[in-house]
Design a protein around this ligand. Sequence first.
Ligand code: 13P
Length: 252
Amino acid sequence: MRIPVIAGNWKMYKTDKEAYELASSLKNRLKDVNSIKIVLCPPFTALSSVKKGIEGSNIHLGAQNMHWEDEGAFTGEISAKMLLSSGCSFVILGHSERRMYFSETNEIINKKLKKALEVGLNPIVCVGERLEEREAGKTEEVVENHLKGAFEELSEKEAKKVVIAYEPVWAIGTGKTASPKQANDVHRFIREKLKGLYSQEVYESKIILYGGSVKPENAKDLLNQVDIDGALVGGASLKTDSFEKIIRSAII
Ligand code: 13P
């Protein structure tokens, strides 16, 4: 039984005050939802206000990135332990925007993943192809490369704790969603690949989220697919109404 996860990636949106308001209104609206894991990933500067906003609820706090070292002279960076001490239990790693604009490689993502697991954060690792890669028929090759790169040297025990998010880059922020079948095919491919790397248990229990223009209008169809276990939502997670609707679509 895979418990659905719906995570909101707020990217570089929301000031402290705006973040508090959104978090507390979600807390009030979602009091009755307990069959789904809800995760809010605000910018670093709003972690503490979102923590206050969700206090007393079972909504989880997550970050959007971290450094792989414990501490040091790394101006502008945040460590895994700092995230833990700010109340985070999740962290998004290897988002395509980090790969694209901040030159994150598989090696960097692998180092971050190992550190997140070492300190006890639940990582959400993103994989996904760009439009030209899909058009060239390279989707599976790219996704396999991201997957193997991120999971390099991870033990069975560690691999079990990782949440995967399939986010086709061409569907992020573009309004173009992968069709439920297109998304499910890649989710199935990811699950099959994990079977080659780890046990049957990892294969069966792995939570694989879909991300890329998830909206209230398409959430149900996507979440109904057998291999889609939740969503990583960008734009539509920035408003209470739309995010609430997506969360409610995940209730079976
Ligand atoms: P959108 O939902 O805005 O397309 O963003 C998806 C995403 O990148 C989530 O991490």
